[in-house]
Design a protein around this ligand. Structure first.
Ligand code: NAD
Ligand code: IPM
Ligand code: MN
Length: 355
C-alpha cells in the first residue's frame, strides 16, 4: 500500500462540482487498489478572495508545495470581473510557485464517438494530438502598465524557457507519432522569432530523429479544424496554447472532455481540466466531469507512477462514454454527479476485468 498526499483546489463556479468527481475517482482507485490517498481541500480564486481577501493564500501555497499532486477545479466568475483582485491571479500564482512550465493538453476523437463532433465525422475521426503549452512565461507573466488611456503587457521569453518546454514536446513526440508542430507568429513578433530559432537549434542538436514543422498561429487555427489528423504534438507559447486548446476541444464535441497536466522539473504537478468555471451552468449539476477525470488519470500516471490505476480509470471513462452516459454538452441527459458515479462504478468493474 502506498500513501499519497493530494491537495484539491475546488475554486469557483463548476469547479467544486468537477473537483468532487475527481476526488470520488481517486477514493475509488484508493479503495480498489489499496492506496491511501489523503485529501486536503484548500482555497483558491474567487472563493479565496471572498474568504481571506487573497486569490492564492499562503497556506494554499504551502499545502500545494508539500503535496504529491494537486487537483484544480476552476476559478473565476462574473462576481469578481471588475474587481482589482482577480480569481485568475490565484491560478497563475500556483502554476508559477510550483514551477509548472509545461501544460500538456491531450485531445483525441475515438472513431466511435466522432459523430458527437460539430465538425464532419470524416475530418475528426481518429484525430489524436497533444498540445504542449508553455505555462509560466509570455504575456501572462510580463510587466504590465496602465494609465487612464494606455495599457501595456510585456511578452518576454528567454532561450532557456523555450528550450525546457521544447524538450517536453520532443520527448513526448518520441513516445507518440514522432512529429512536432511548433506554433508561433514569427512573421511579426520578436518573441516568436526567438521561439522558432531556439526550437530549430534544439531540434538539430538533440532531436533530429523527430519530424519538426513550424506553423503560424493564425493559419494553425484553420488547420486544426480542417485537417486535425495531420497533427501529433503541438508545441506553443502560453497565450497561443490557451486559445488553440479551447479550439481543439471542439473536435470531440465539448470543452468538458479535455484534461491537462501542468508539470515542471520535478514529478509533482497540478492537474486541471482546460475549461473554466462555466458560470452559465454552475450549481445545476450539468457540468461534464470527464475533463477532470482525465486530469486525474494524468495525475496517476505522471506524478504518482500508478500506471495500472491510470489505465483502469481511462478504461472506466471510455466505457461510460461508450454507454452514452453523458452530460448535456454532449447531447446526454445524465447529471454531472451521475456521470462521476458511473465512472466510479466502472472503475470497480474494470479492475475486476483486469485482475
Ligand atoms: P468556460 O470554459 O468557463 O465556459 C465556456 C463554455 O463552455 C460555457 O458555455 C460553459 O458552460 C461550457 N463548459 C465549460 N466547461 C464545461 C463542462 N465541464 N461541462 C459542460 N460545459 C462546460 O469559459 P468562459 O465562460 O470564457 O469563462 C468563465 C470563467 O472561467 C472566467 O472567469 C474565466 O476567467 C474562467 N476560466 C478559468 C479557467 C480555469 O480555472 N482553469 C479556465 C478558463 C476560464
Ligand atoms: C486556462 C485558463 C487560464 C489560462 C486563465 C483562467 C488564467 O483560461 O487554464 O486555460 O489562461 O491559462
Ligand atoms: Mn483557457
Amino acid at each position: 500500500m502506498s500513501a499519497f498526499k493530494i491537495v484539491i483546489l475546488p475554486g469557483d463556479g463548476i469547479g467544486p462540482e468537477v473537483a468532487a468527481a475527481g476526488r470520488l475517482a481517486l477514493e475509488t482507485i484508493g479503495d480498489v487498489f489499496g492506496h491511501n490517498f489523503t485529501f486536503e481541500e484548500k482555497l483558491i480564486g474567487g472563493i479565496a478572495i471572498d474568504t481571506v481577501d487573497d486569490p492564492y493564500p499562503a497556506d494554499t501555497d504551502a499545502a500545494c508545495l508539500a503535496a504529491d499532486a494537486v487537483l484544480l477545479g476552476a476559478v473565476g466568475g462574473p462576481k469578481w470581473d471588475l474587481k482589482p483582485k482577480r480569481p485568475e491571479q490565484g491560478l497563475l500564482a500556483v502554476r508559477k510557485s510550483m514551477g509548472l512550465f509545461a501544460n500538456l493538453r491531450p485531445m483525441d476523437v475515438a472513431p466511435s464517438q466522432a459523430f458527437r463532433s460539430p465538425l464532419k465525422e470524416e475530418i475528426v475521426s481518429g484525430a489524436d494530438m497533444l498540445i504542449v503549452r508553455e505555462l509560466t512565461g509570455g504575456l501572462y507573466f510580463g510587466k504590465r502598465t496602465r494609465t487612464e488611456t494606455t495599457a501595456t503587457d510585456e511578452c518576454l521569453y528567454t532561450v532557456a524557457e523555450v528550450e525546457r518546454v521544447a524538450h517536453v514536446a520532443f520527448q513526448a513526440a518520441r513516445k507518440r507519432r514522432n512529429k512536432v508542430t511548433s506554433v508561433d507568429k514569427a512573421n511579426v513578433i520578436e518573441t516568436s522569432r526567438l521561439w522558432r530559432e531556439t526550437v530549430n537549434k534544439l531540434h538539430a542538436a538533440e532531436y533530429s530523429d523527430v519530424e519538426l514543422e513550424h506553423a503560424l498561429v493564425d493559419s494553425m487555427a484553420m488547420h486544426l479544424v480542417t485537417r486535425p489528423k495531420d497533427f501529433d504534438v503541438i508545441l506553443t507559447e502560453n497565450m497561443f496554447g490557451d486559445i488553440l486548446s479551447d479550439l481543439a476541444s471542439v473536435l470531440p464535441g465539448s470543452i468538458g472532455l479535455l484534461g491537462s497536466a501542468s508539470l515542471g522539473s520535478t514529478g509533482k504537478g497540478l492537474y486541471e481540466p482546460i475549461h473554466g468555471s462555466a458560470p452559465d451552468i454552475a450549481g445545476k449539476d450539468l457540468a461534464n466531469p470527464i475533463g477532470t477525470l482525465k486530469s486525474v488519470s494524468m495525475m496517476l500516471r505522471h506524478s504518482l507512477n500508478l500506471t495500472k490505476e491510470a489505465d483502469t480509470l481511462d478504461a472506466a471513462i471510455e466505457a461510460v462514454i461508450k454507454a452514452g452516459t453523458l452530460t448535456r454538452d454532449l447531447g446526454g441527459t445524465t447529471s454531472g454527479s451521475q456521470v462521476a458515479k458511473a465512472v466510479s462504478d466502472q472503475i470497480r468493474i474494470q479492475a475486476k476485468v483486469e485482475a
